[in-house]
Design a protein around this ligand. Structure first.
Ligand SMILES: Cc1ncc(COP(=O)(O)O)c(C=O)c1O
Length: 448
């Protein structure tokens, strides 16, 4: 069987299992452009419509049950409708949601973040990771008096124009005469911002040094994910981060770690594991217990640009910043993710990785499994990639088949192949996923 035949057969099976989702998608298209409202949720032939989530499981409109290895792209670290988080959320809602004033819960959650994440001397809250990145970069710009950034190819930092560049560029269309050029990831991005962005390959400190030598006087920030999430659980090397720290100090630029996805890899975040402390950090996803909050923070002297008791302070607006519901849920979420819980999800992830690798080895497949803590990604490359370019290979689109075949077996992962573990999963859930992978990868073997 070739790729096209297997894909067609898989789509047919998926369509048979999910007629109610198909109908919901058709209805949705009458009112929402493209039938959805978050691009990443769409896949062909139609996205699933989930009716409810409970613990580690999702249930779709057709009554199919899935083990959730996506967890809303890492935010549901304690599973769905977690009783402790729900209790705190309900108690909070009973007293109202937002007052347009300070609330005590903000202090509690801010303290928890500052106590836990090495770089965080001060934090402020906002409502999404995108906003956290925007406000962190603004702090860096105000502090340094400069406004260009160095970002890494493959790193994702949300949806503001400045950072939505060179996340997944077409490698064959890159201009070899301009190695640091930033490529917008979609139409509609202002063409003017690219001049404020220099792009370096991930894990390449020499490239960053070359950019700083040429343009250090323009650059306010080096921004990166210490572990690339969207591009596939790809880890920075320790040497790379140590050199970025030295370069940031030498050229007086702000080092910003975006830990919105990778904070979970260790109790003190990725920065705690690496032992490299940035100047600023952004966090989000699970720190709100599944509710839409995020935070940014770092060195007191940089964050002081937002201090309203200083002259010329930078304003940070946001109707829902620090809302009571997100704070209340976040406090419980942080308490639940203690060191033991981090170990638990990392151990389950290791079990899953080993199980998938066993099938890969037995069948001699050109597939690798990247894992950092409880973040995982199946790559259709023989070796685990170390940067964006090395994620590429001849097996483009194979993750589409993998994704649908797993859905057909009740395993819910990201269409691009990423997975993460929640604290409510059991070793039996992992065994079920390993068995599904074995079946799917064995069926895919003739495609290589
Ligand atoms: C590393 C990273 N930064 C920023 C963002 C943007 O966060 P949000 O979707 O909450 O705006 C994400 C979201 O996936 C992320 O993974």
């Amino acid at each position: 069987m070739n790729y096209q035949e297997l894909y067609a057969q898989t789509i047919e099976e998926y369509s048979k299992r999910t007629p109610a989702s198909a109908k919901a998608f058709e209805d949705a298209k009458n009112y929402m452009t493209g039938g959805e409202t978050r691009s990443i949720v769409f896949f062909n032939p139609h996205p699933l419509t989930i009716e409810r989530g409970q613990g580690a499981y999702l249930h779709d409109l057709d009554g199919n049950k899935y083990i959730d290895f996506l967890n809303n792209y890492t935010s549901m670290i304690h599973g769905h409708a977690n009783p402790q988080i729900m209790k705190a959320a309900h108690e909070s809602i009973d007293k109202g949601i937002c007052y347009g004033s300070a609330i005590s819960e903000q202090i509690i959650l801010a303290k928890k973040l500052c106590d836990r994440v090495p770089a965080l001397e001060r934090v402020r809250f906002c409502n999404s990771g995108t906003e956290a990145v925007l406000f962190a970069l603004r702090a860096a710009n105000a502090y340094t008096g400069k406004s260009a950034i160095i970002k890494m190819e493959g790193c994702f930092h949300g949806s503001i124009d400045l950072v939505e560049h060179s996340i997944a560029p077409e490698l064959s269309q890159k201009d070899p005469s301009n190695p640091w050029k930033a490529y917008p990831d979609c139409l509609g991005i202002s063409q003017n911002v690219a001049r404020d962005i220099y792009v370096a390959p991930f894990n390449n400190a020499d490239a960053v040094e070359s950019i700083l030598k040429e343009h250090g006087d323009e650059i306010s920030t080096i921004i990166l994910e210490p572990i690339m999430g969207q591009t596939g659980a790809i880890a920075a090397t320790k040497e790379y981060l140590v050199r970025l720290r030295q370069l940031a100090d030498q050229y007086k630029v702000v080092l910003l770690f975006d830990e919105i996805q990778c904070l979970r890899v260790g109790y003190h975040g990725a920065q705690g594991l690496y032992g490299v402390t940035p100047d600023l950090t952004t966090v989000g996803k699970w720190v709100g217990g599944g509710y839409p909050i995020a935070a940014f923070g770092g060195k007191k002297e940089i964050m002081d640009v937002y201090n309203p008791q200083t002259k010329d302070f930078v304003a940070q607006s946001g109707t829902f910043n620090g809302n009571k519901l997100g704070m209340a849920a976040g406090i419980v979420s942080m308490d639940l993710l203690d060191e033991e819980a981090v170990d638990y999800i990392n151990t389950l992830a290791e079990k899953l990785q080993k199980g998938i690798q066993k099938t890969i080895e037995q069948n001699e497949l050109p597939i690798s499994v990247a894992r950092q803590g409880s973040l995982m990604h199946v790559h259709f490359t023989k070796e685990v990639p170390t940067d964006y370019a090395s994620t590429k290979g001849p097996y483009k689109n194979f993750n589409k088949v993998l994704h649908l075949m797993l859905l057909n077996r009740g395993i819910f992962i990201a269409p691009r192949g990423s997975m993460n573990i929640s604290t409510v999963m059991t070793p039996e859930d992992i065994d079920t996923a390993i068995a599904a992978y074995e079946e799917v990868l064995t069926a895919m073997k003739p495609l290589f």
